[in-house]
Design a protein around this ligand. Structure first.
Ligand code: SF4
Length: 284
């Protein structure tokens, strides 16, 4: 039998578990339609299952009927969205992860204190849209090192925040470059501990295996970072469902590793681990 090594920790984080528990609670309590603004978490398996149970996913508040229940996803929303939902008399259930809330609050505080506020993140990600929307036009988005040159000079305090699911080592390199430009830089809220722990586990495991499977959906930022980190050392694949294993040639490997993104439920990770047995891999 070939060997399958499992990263620890891996898979669903506290924020995702909380969001799904909240949604489950409302489904038990009320009979009416429930609308979730954006994917509650970025995982296709979870979304498919919830859709089959009758939950509606919409990308715009305008698609939620008046008086209905709307759930804000774990990634958070800009205040303008919450205000619009209140104005329309929607019943709001806020499943924003508390660590994303903390990031939003840090952004508001920084702007109110007159600092230059920089957010490192991906422009189109809902979490980033939610943070930028806390103080529209007052928070500067930095997507990569190439963007540093476009930031304006500033003599006061500069606070740097970052999206919770980015690569901790990449952030460290970016902060070092930013510090050359702004010596008075303050690095604040950012990559969450759940993301950091999963990345550290993958870095460690990648040194012990010949290839790595990362369970997670293509839209999941943290899952993509896990795949990227693993791929720095060994061949690595992001797979959405157990059936995706059929697209990968694992015949050359005797020891492989497996991890899962923070939005992946245990049930899905276990299904992939079970499916790997058909390819001759058994977990320790
Ligand atoms: S990855 Fe971190 S910030 Fe995102 S939901 Fe999980 S705990 Fe919250």
């Amino acid at each position: 039998m070939k060997q399958l090594k499992l990263a620890e920790p891996r898979g669903i984080c506290g924020g995702v578990r909380r969001a799904l528990t909240l949604l489950d609670g409302i489904r038990q309590q009320q009979a009416g339609d429930i609308y979730v603004l954006h994917e509650i978490v970025h995982n296709n398996f979870v979304i498919r299952k919830l859709k089959a149970q009758g939950v509606h996913f919409v990308e715009d508040l305008a698609a939620v009927p008046d008086g209905a229940t709307v759930v804000f996803s774990a990634h958070g929303v800009p205040p303008a969205v919450g205000q619009e939902a209140v104005r329309r008399g929607l019943r709001i259930v806020d499943a924003t992860c508390p660590l994303v809330k903390r990031l939003q609050c840090a952004a508001v505080e920084s702007v109110e204190n007159g600092e230059m506020t920089i957010l490192i993140g991906h422009r189109d990600h809902p979490e980033v849209i939610g943070v930028l929307g806390q103080r529209p036009g007052r928070i500067r988005l930095l997507e990569d090192a190439a963007g540093i040159g476009a930031l304006p000079p500033f003599t006061g305090p500069v606070r740097v925040l970052c999206q919770t699911t980015l690569d901790t080592e990449w952030i460290g390199r970016l902060l070092a470059l930013l510090r050359e430009r702004y010596p008075q830089l303050i690095a604040d809220a950012g990559v969450c501990f759940a993301t950091g722990e999963r990345q550290a586990a993958v870095r460690q495991l990648a040194a012990e295996v010949e290839a790595m499977i990362v369970v997670g959906s293509p839209r999941s930022s943290n899952s993509n970072r896990l795949r990227d980190i693993a791929a720095e050392r060994v061949p690595a694949w992001l797979i959405d469902v157990p059936e995706d294993l059929a697209k990968i040639d694992l015949t050359a490997f005797r020891v492989i590793g497996l991890t899962a993104g923070a939005s992946v439920p245990d049930e899905l990770s276990q299904a992939v681990i079970g499916a790997l047995a058909a390819y001759g891999f058994a977990a320790d």
